[in-house]
Design a protein. Structure first.
Length: 150
């Protein structure tokens, strides 16, 4: 396999796993400009408060911060603009129906390159309650203790 076909994560949204119970992962393309690709390759991506919004049968990635690339020249860059996600119609309708249910949202989980193209992995998530956070921390501590004893 050539190096271009290997998909390595460029940026991972660690907060998403902490704040949401994630299910139904899906790969989506993203519409971005050339300087944004170079900035993503440099790892200058911030997922803070980003989510997927559905408008008029299209999916939009809102509040994803891609830092402006320094060597662009005259091209104006907007780091927090909404970016269109490339999904099939049936995937958009399925996720739109799931979001209509109470407490579900679609969040970006990671950004990576696949065959030279930028891809975003999105997931359907349900917000965790406070006791869920404590339970997951307790389970992680128990697993760490068991691994230490082995």
């Amino acid at each position: 396999m050539s190096k271009k076909n290997v998909s390595a994560s460029v940026a991972v949204n660690k907060k998403a796993r902490h704040l949401y119970e994630l299910s139904e992962f899906l790969e989506a393309g993203i519409v971005i400009t050339g300087p944004e690709v170079k900035s993503i390759r440099a790892g200058k991506v911030n997922f803070v408060d980003s989510y997927v919004e559905f408008k008029q049968g299209e999916a939009w990635l809102v509040s994803l911060h891609i830092a402006p690339y320094a060597n662009t020249g005259h091209i104006e860059q907007q780091p927090d603009r909404p970016r269109k996600l490339l999904l099939h119609g049936r995937e958009i309708s399925r996720y739109t129906g799931a979001v209509a249910q109470k407490g579900l949202t679609v969040v970006p989980v990671r950004i990576y390159f696949s065959r030279g193209r930028v891809k975003v992995e999105i997931a359907l998530g349900r917000g965790k309650k406070f006791h869920d956070h404590r339970e997951s921390l307790k389970r992680r501590a128990e697993e760490r203790d068991m691994a230490r004893e082995m």
